[in-house]
Design a protein around this ligand. Structure first.
Ligand code: HEC
Length: 127
């Protein structure tokens, strides 16, 4: 790859790379899979997210802005009280957490830049 191309490429594997943000920093992989799989997960499978026009149960148009806002603060866009898909019905499942509000102690607050990195990663990866 030439130097110009390298500058435009999102770093892979670095501390702020999209993959690290998605799987480690914010733990999206605890609830979502990016590949077609039979393994049940708590959140929707994201393998073909970018090929869809709508997301979040056909509530929002799949634009980069909507996706960024969702990734930062999904409960701010849709109430998260559904018990459907709850792995333990005895507990109250609250759906997708916010990464900017009501954070658990020690949980990092997601910046807009990180949300943009994740949104671009998803749009690229899940076509
Ligand atoms: C605790 C589990 C959990 C975590 C962690 C989580 N999500 Fe979710 N996510 C959900 C659930 C549940 C939904 C479905 C919400 C709905 O539509 O009511 C969802 C929906 C989504 C959707 C819309 C999917 C669709 O098919 O409409 C996207 C995109 C998404 N999450 C991205 C992320 C990203 C990026 C992260 C990490 C920053 C993340 N999620 C972390 C549980 C989670």
């Amino acid at each position: 790859m030439n130097e110009e191309g390298a500058e435009e490429t999102v770093a892979v594997g670095g501390p702020e790379s999209a993959e690290t943000l998605f799987s480690t920093t914010f733990g999206c992989t605890n609830c979502h899979s990016l590949t077609e799989s039979d393994t049940a997960s708590f959140g929707p499978n994201l393998a073909h997210l970018a090929s869809r026009e709508w997301f979040a149960g056909a509530t929002y148009e799949l634009t980069r802005d909507n996706l960024m806002n969702w990734v930062m603060n999904a409960p701010g866009m849709k109430p998260m009280e559904s018990q459907s898909g709850c792995p333990d019905p005895e507990k109250k499942c609250v759906g997708m957490p916010s990464f900017t509000e009501d954070l658990q102690p020690g949980q990092p607050t997601m910046t807009e830049e990180q949300a943009a990195t994740i949104a671009d990663f998803l749009l690229e990866k899940t076509q």
